[in-house]
Write a new protein. Sequence first.
Length: 164
Amino acid sequence: MALLIRQAGEDACGPNFARSKPAIPCNLSANSPMALSARQLAQSNNRRERLVRICSSLPEVTHEVVGEEHISFRLRKKIFAYYLFDHHGDGIIGFCCKSTLNEQRRLVRSDADSFFVPAYLGSRGWLGIRLDLDEVDWDTVTELAHQAYILIAPKKLAALLESN
């Protein structure tokens, strides 16, 4: 992953951004902590693979890497979920999926440590769940993936999943 760096206190990622002094991602200020911890990074590969297995088990689902670290999950041409890896330096590794505004609000209100409103898609009811916490509720992740799939699936495919 290419990461533009700058010195602490430098105003922008200008021509002097690649010095060997303390490096800070361009989207963080000099006073911001680094985005991802060593613990988050150590767990990320296994958790990403588990999420891919969960989503790929749904009928006709494909996935593809988008950007440098994100993954989109599609049913035919419709995206129903994303794996987000430090999206815009937010320090979160998460699963973001289609939902309803009511469900999003209910879950975020009930557990703001695990659930979040994702950037850009949150206003349309999408919901995020953190995959970088010490404990991840994989049953909830699976249920959210199934519900997101059902929201976009044609009736016959949705019925297949609902009958199981």
